[in-house]
Design a protein around this ligand. Structure first.
Ligand code: B16
Ligand code: MG
Length: 229
């Protein structure tokens, strides 16, 4: 009998960013930062808020203070970090499933149905309670968020930890991101990058979609074959 050794394709790993990909929490981050800016005596526009996408809370405050031309003591800095987060938590307190971005559950359901591993790769320290509020936590095999990483995107640390937790090789991972820094982080380690949002801003991504309604199941099927040949 000719017994050939069994070979199997490597498993793809799917990694989702949170804010701007799964839920539109950017508007709540904006309101909380704007409130702080106004209290400190200056304006903060939605356009400036674009700079804050995918960026850690600490870095956001540094940018905000630069915009306002404010030099803060360590004590003030720490107090404003807490204040912003408390305001943000108040905004998201009543979040529910209605705030999931369109067709995200369709994609998660499809991947789950195929038994493919899914991770979260987010800069937010509030990721888990948000996933609980919108009732999507059960789809995720691993959560990697702002509490688990030392280096911010575009450093790939968050996605590399996620790949490891999914037992997937980086080159077999597929990342959904709405921030340029996140796309760069995925590209830096050879992960397939899918930009969700404005193609002009996310032109470095391997694939671009305005949102998940544009992502067909055929596209995902082909992508899985390409990523795990
Ligand atoms: P938190 P993501 C990021 O989440 C947001 O895009 C960014 O605006 C925010 O400052 C950062 O999380 C930290 O959030 O204050 O909740 O820890 O897009 O990487 O999922
Ligand atoms: Mg994001």
């Amino acid at each position: 009998m000719n017994l050939k050794p069994k070979t199997s394709n490597p498993r793809p790993g799917f990694i989702f960013d949170l804010d701007g990909v799964i839920v539109d929490t950017a508007k709540y981050h904006y309101l909380a930062w704007k409130k702080l800016a106004n209290e400190l005596g200056f304006e903060f526009t939605e356009e400036q808020n674009e700079l804050f996408k995918g960026v850690s809370r600490k870095r956001c405050l540094e940018i905000l203070l630069d915009i306002g031309g404010i030099t803060a003591s360590q004590e003030d800095f720490d107090r404003w970090m807490v204040e912003k987060n408390e305001d943000y938590l108040a905004y998201i307190e009543n979040m529910n499933e209605s705030e999931i971005l369109p067709d995200v559950p369709k994609v998660l359901e499809y991947l789950k149905g195929k038994g493919l591993p899914i991770a979260l790769g987010s800069a937010s320290k509030n990721a888990q309670p948000i996933l609980e509020k919108v009732k999507l936590l059960g789809y995720f095999d691993a959560l990697v968020d702002g509490n688990n990483v030392a280096k911010a995107k575009p450093d790939p640390e968050v996605f590399l930890i996620a790949a490891k937790k999914l037992s997937a090789k980086p080159e077999n991972c597929i990342v959904f991101e709405d921030a340029v820094a996140g796309i760069q982080a995925a590209n830096n380690v050879g992960m397939a990058s899918i930009g969700i949002g404005n193609v002009k801003i996310l032109s470095e991504a391997d694939y671009n979609f305005n949102d998940f309604t544009e992502i067909s199941l055929d596209f995902l099927e082909n992508l899985i074959e390409k990523t795990t040949p």
